[in-house]
Design a protein around this ligand. Structure first.
Ligand code: FEO
Ligand code: CA
Ligand code: CA
Length: 711
């Protein structure tokens, strides 16, 4: 743009936390304006008195700890996986093959590393802020070329073909997978969750007025990117490789990439369409939110708010309507509010014509970034809901366990345990075996019981026993082809998983976002972001795991699986952090001195550094500051000492995050900068990152003295 755009006065009336109505519209199709999809009478546990569980309900501190985790060991690190070497046993599909062991500092200790950076204060600056002694740079932004012949960004000449070769919009999940033993090159794998046409197209007036080509641009701006990056001068900084073959660089989009369906629901009647009568191949992936790196060097990605891409739900058969409504798809209007009108470019988004198409989204996707020719897969064994993401740990006995959250108010927490065991070693055969691990297994949903039910009044006041805590169980929904839910086949359980959770009495949570096991301790951490409707008329009231009515700031849940075994069917749980302004008596930081912690609101994505510290990024800070990234030890005397590491620019949310295994680089995705109602290309509300229009982008932060972040 020739003239530097002027900032708008901030027109927005914030609705949910600091989220602008524009974010509500584009990100989740105004989900909060629609009825909560979970209308089941599945009793929330505030109604339940489980005397047996209450008697047993103590946190078994120290129950976990026997896991020995290290790179190259039997329990591989999801934070920094080894990609397997091709060997004589099979065709080499990967040109160059890394091992992680030399890239990363080995993981040792118990996760009690102190964090040495000085917390930054909350702020509303239109820039990215890191602590003193740190620097940051933009690695890649919307419109930058991804494939080697990709064109540069030109706002006024954008086409779907150009966008399909460029970095997509609204980066969310970030994974960094090493390409060599020296830590010099890596693959950056990023999700592109959704588009904001107001901020992408000059002269935008409405979705209806977009040209069909512009709709296709938006489709191409969804999906994922794989980009080769390199370390800058031995520092913690990374940049995109701009020369050479770059054989892995790749775009995955909503309309140009085919996905194989795997698992028990693949080929079922629910997944068959006119274009795919076998029900086994889906075009595209939608609304890819968070994710995780597997120990075998692939990336998992969650298809989240897929509901908003479909029209025509009013015209489906009556028996189908509840199945759409439970997933947030309107069954009363042809064009629900916020409709993206994609059916104008591709009629499969019209449910009146193709009622099963919506069933083909809402899955966990697995992509092998080391094999650009390999078709990505959608794993039906992990169930269908508004998947936030998936994070994997190899259990002691070798089974692979994936933890999963359904990001909707009053929806559920899940886990998957593989049927087969993880195979160690770097052989081609071992990797092929491990690539099949998510195709068959057992899917569970969580039921949490409480120790202090009578004391929970919705205020967030800590019970007399000093903790929000209890025990819980994993309720088996399906194992292989066998359903454990009365009246539902395995394919039904996996395709309409929310109904299965309703039926077995799963616990209604405050929006389960990212769920991630610590690879040091095996303990599992869940970001419960907020729930404006908790305790509202006719809605479930507070319970011990969701202890505040009208919950604006969210909480962190910690699960400790029985005997430290991630395949266990029972666990202890507690809330180490109840978010908000530390001066607010309803907040809790593991008992740490609240005068020393940073205010935090709306936890969303979580990650671990190599020292085992928990990093938390926020979405929709209801305290008025920009969103940011925080870190806290979760073991030892510093547990609960939460400090703010970074803030993102005006209107943005902080996604990713990813801390490299050498603990020297922190990657975050800056999603939807400048997304404030009234903003446009002509009048951006943020000028980040280049001083003109707002562009989502991935940032790396590093310590200037070259030392690891923290200790
Ligand atoms: Fe896309 Fe649940 O955040
Ligand atoms: Ca308690
Ligand atoms: Ca998220």
């Amino acid at each position: 743009m020739s003239d530097r755009p002027r900032l708008l006065p901030l027109l927005t009336t914030h609705r949910h936390g600091s989220r602008s109505p524009m974010t509500c519209l584009y990100r989740c199709g105004n989900a909060c304006d629609h009825p909560v999809p979970n209308r089941s009478d599945n009793p929330y546990f505030g109604d339940l008195v489980d005397a047996e569980v209450s008697r047993r309900g103590v946190v078994r501190a120290g129950a976990v700890g026997a896991l020995v985790l290290g790179f190259g060991g039997a329990v591989a690190s999801g934070a920094a996986p080894a990609a397997a070497a091709p060997d004589a046993a099979g065709p080499p599909t990967v040109p160059a093959v890394p091992e992680i062991s030399d890239f990363a500092a080995p993981q040792r200790g118990t996760g009690s590393g102190a964090l040495t950076f000085k917390a930054i204060p909350p702020n509303k600056l239109d820039t990215l802020v890191v602590p003193n002694g740190y620097d940051h740079s933009v690695v890649i932004r919307w419109g930058d070329p991804v494939v080697p012949d990709g064109p540069g960004f030109d706002l006024h000449r954008q086409t779907a073909a150009r966008q399909a070769k460029q970095f997509g919009y609204n980066n969310d999940y970030v994974g960094v997978l090493p390409l060599d033993r020296q830590g010099r090159r890596a693959l950056l794998v990023v999700n592109h969750e959704y588009t904001n046409e107001d901020l992408m197209f000059p002269g935008f007036t409405s979705q209806d007025a977009l040209s069909v080509e512009q709709v296709r641009v938006a489709m191409a701006a969804h999906g994922m990117s794989v980009v080769e990056i390199e370390r800058v001068d031995g520092t913690g900084q990374w940049q995109v490789v701009r020369t050479g073959r770059r054989p892995y660089n790749r775009r995955v989009t909503a309309h140009g990439t085919r996905f194989d369906l795997t698992g028990p629901a693949a080929g079922s009647a629910f997944l068959k369409t006119a274009a795919d009568p076998r029900g086994r191949v889906v075009i595209g992936t939608l609304n890819n939110c968070a994710g995780g790196v597997t120990p075998w060097g692939t990336v998992l990605s969650g298809e989240e708010n897929f509901n908003q891409y479909f029209v025509g739900g009013d015209a489906v058969a009556d028996e189908v309507k509840p199945k759409l409504a439970r997933y947030g798809i309107s069954t009363t209007a042809r064009y629900p509010s916020g409709s993206r009108r994609w059916e104008r470019a591709d009629e499969r988004f019209d449910l009146a014509k193709h009622p099963n198409e919506a069933n083909r989204f809402g899955w966990i996707v697995e992509i092998d970034p080391f094999d650009p020719e390999r078709r990505p897969r959608k794993h039906t064994a992990l169930g269908r809901f508004k998947h936030e993401g998936a994070n994997v740990i190899v259990a002691r006995d070798g089974h692979v366990v994936a933890y999963l959250g359904d990001d909707e108010r009053f929806d559920y927490l899940y886990k998957f345990v593989s049927e087969k065991k993880y195979r160690t070693g770097d052989s081609w055969a071992a990797r092929q075996h491990n690539l099949s691990l998510l195709e068959s297994g057992t899917l569970y949903v969580a039921k949490l019981d409480q120790t202090s039910a009578a004391e929970i009044d919705g205020s967030g006041r800590l019970p007399a026993d000093g903790a929000f805590d209890g025990r819980g169980s994993w309720i088996k929904l399906v194992s292989g082809d066998r359903s454990y839910v009365p009246g539902m086949t395995a394919a039904e359980v996996l395709t309409f998983t929310r109904f299965a959770g309703d039926q077995v009495g799963a616990t209604k949570m405050d929006r389960p976002e990212d769920v991630e096991p610590s690879l040091r301790t095996g303990k599992v951490y869940v970001a419960l972001t907020n729930n404006s409707e908790r305790g509202a008329a006719g809605r479930p009231a507070a319970d011990e795991a969701n202890p505040r009515n009208a919950n604006r700031h969210g909480q962190i849940l910690e699960l400790v699986e029985d005997s430290g075994d991630n395949t266990a069917e029972a666990f202890a749980w507690s809330l180490p952090i109840v978010c908000g302004d530390p001066a607010d008596p309803s907040t809790y930081f593991a008992g740490y001195d609240k005068t020393k912690v940073s205010p935090v609101s709306c936890p969303d994505n979580v990650a671990f550094d190599a020292a085992g510290n928990l990093w938390i990024s926020t979405d929709g800070n209801a305290l008025g500051s920009n969103d940011g990234l925080f870190a806290t030890p979760v073991e030892g005397p510093e547990r609960g000492h939460l400090k703010q590491f970074l803030t993102v620019p005006v209107g943005a949310e902080t996604c990713g995050p990813f801390i490299t295994a050498d603990n020297r680089s922190v990657f975050v995705a800056v999603q939807h900068p400048g997304e404030l109602t009234g903003a446009s290309v002509e009048n951006p509300a943020s000028n980040w990152p280049d001083g003109d229009i707002a562009k989502p982008g991935v940032v790396v932060a590093w310590r200037l003295d070259g030392a690891p972040i923290g200790t």
